[in-house]
Ligand binder design. Structure first.
Ligand SMILES: Nc1ncnc2c1ncn2[C@@H]1O[C@H](COP(=O)(O)OP(=O)(O)OP(=O)(O)O)[C@@H](O)[C@H]1O
Ligand SMILES: Nc1nc2c(c(=O)[nH]1)N=C(CO)CN2
Length: 161
């Protein structure tokens, strides 16, 4: 089995329900099991700031799906949960990114691994630390990358959906 880390985000509709729906779909992926789920975080929008706050979490999975197969399954979940791509980095019902897949490094047309913007995003680094604090991204520990960012934009979600 391979180990992969997924980043999940939503800022449209019933955000908590969207996260739970995405997790239930991932549980149905063949030859895949979720090994850990991070806390849920309320996060200020990154990249395109004129939109609602997000809920974000990360999950670790063990899977026999190949990276491209895993990506296809994630895109299918996004379609199933009615994701529409109107503005880059804009509002979405759900977004599932493959952050890390074993120690694979690739830069293909459809898939880049590790995800190229992990180290720029506190909304990814903080939930990832819930899963594996000693992960190394581009030669630095998660918390070292976090030192460069504004972690104020990420707060543990207390639930008011
Ligand atoms: N590691 C990855 N995880 C998910 N999608 C990826 C990855 N690498 C490349 N892609 C490609 O990116 C395409 C666009 O993804 P999407 O529109 O969800 O971007 P985004 O998640 O909004 O922005 P960002 O990529 O900055 O997180 C996907 O259709 C997929 O083919
Ligand atoms: N807070 C937050 N901001 C984002 C997010 C996200 O999941 N959370 N996803 C984006 C595109 O992947 C762009 N900006």
């Amino acid at each position: 089995m391979s180990r992969a880390y997924l980043g999940i985000g939503t800022n449209m509709g019933d955000r908590l329900n969207n996260l739970n729906d995405a997790i239930e779909h991932i549980k149905q992926f063949e030859n895949t099991e979720i090994t850990k789920i991070s806390k849920v975080y309320e996060t200020r929008p990154w990249g395109y700031t004129n939109q609602n706050d997000f809920l974000n979490l990360c999950v670790s999975i063990d899977t026999n799906l190949k990276p491209e197969e895993l990506l296809q399954k994630c895109l299918e979940v996004e379609l199933n949960l009615k994701r529409e791509r109107i503005i880059r980095w804009g509002p979405r019902t759900i977004d599932i990114d493959i952050l890390i897949y074993d120690d694979i490094i690739c830069n293909g047309e459809k898939l880049t691994l590790p995800h190229p913007r992990i180290q720029e995003r506190a909304f990814v680094l903080i939930p990832l630390m819930d899963l594996k604090e000693d992960l190394i991204i581009k030669g630095m520990l998660l918390k070292e990358w976090l030192n460069e960012l504004d972690a104020e934009e990420v707060k543990e979600y207390i639930g008011d959906e």
